[in-house]
Design a protein around this ligand. Sequence first.
Ligand SMILES: C[S@@+](CC[C@H](N)C(=O)[O-])C[C@H]1O[C@@H](n2cnc3c(N)ncnc32)[C@H](O)[C@@H]1O
Length: 375
Amino acid sequence: MTRLNLPELEACPEQKPPCPHFEECGSCQLQHISQETYRSWKIKNVQNILKDNGLEAEVWLDPVFVEAGARRRVTLNVLRHENEIIIGYNQYHSHDLAPIKNCLLLTTRLQAVVEKLPAALKQIAHKNQSIEIMIQEADGGLFDCVITGLDETGARQTGAIASMAEQCGLARISFRKDAFSKSETHISLTSIKKTNGALTVDLPAAAFLQPSEDGETALVNAVLEGLERQKMGKKDKVVDLFSGCGTFAGHLLKKYTVHAAEGEWSMANSLIEAAKGNSRFTAEVRDLFKEPIVGRELREYKAAVFDPPRAGAKEQAQMLVKSNLPLVVGVSCNPATFARDAKILIGGGYKLKTIKIVDQFTWSTHTELVGVFEK
Ligand SMILES: C[S@@+](CC[C@H](N)C(=O)[O-])C[C@H]1O[C@@H](n2cnc3c(N)ncnc32)[C@H](O)[C@@H]1O
């Protein structure tokens, strides 16, 4: 059972979930309530988390709700059972697979690729082996694919990987042993790029992209609006912390001088390459949990943007409060760790000026937000 029966939703009239897989699939929890209830639950949920942490934003900006059918990135579980390939998501809080034929969250382009996977994977997946497949769309509608947990030697020998790329319209296929291993690319038909504002980077395999274009646009706009609170020009430096492939950095670069810090080597390296010859952009690979940017380094910046993984940015927040940085914009996909980090910033003299909810994890319990802090 995947639906989330929260006490506060009990009294709400139920609706027929739009997806036929809803009762088995663990991906969505909130399709059985009306859109109005869903949206107000998401807002209330974030408000409650902040309130429980003693936090109050001066202004709640209008939330953005990304519609279903917008996801350009998906990670699916695959199981080969005898001659049959089963593709889907895990069931709620379980490792059991819920087979999915049509996911309403995905763009029609991505759904079309997913539908071609079973036939192609027959040549690649071993019997009773469970693997994971990540596909995301980059510039020019090119699809990048990373397969995790598969020994691909046999498939390489038979040319099955090349057939899969052709059959499914994948521009690149890489493999990795597990989520922590480096991806090895086995077929790359063309270079895969991602353009963010003024920056075009080579997208490494398994790179982080915001799950939807609409969500990315909303987050970028919220970050840019937040930074407008400070009078800054092209010579003023902004630091983009946990920058990924430069989703924010590229847009910031249109208005400011930018430094990006990212912990994952291949993404940081793409930014370092893109920075070559650009006098207003620099980038570094840096583990911001172990080695956050410290007070003396922060002196050269007018503002900071941080967008950490779900674990949050505690160590970096502890350094930000030691700086005199007047403006900090925090993006988070986890309101709980955001609240913890916000408390650190507020304890260090910042005020939480605005919060904007960007709901791009449609129908799930997860919510993303952007908070603007001023000192
Ligand atoms: C939520 S993503 C945001 C990326 C980027 N801001 C974007 O919008 O595309 C978080 C990023 O933090 C990076 N990251 C995770 N742990 C890190 C660490 N300890 N130090 C630096 N970066 C880290 C991840 O590799 C990932 O790129």
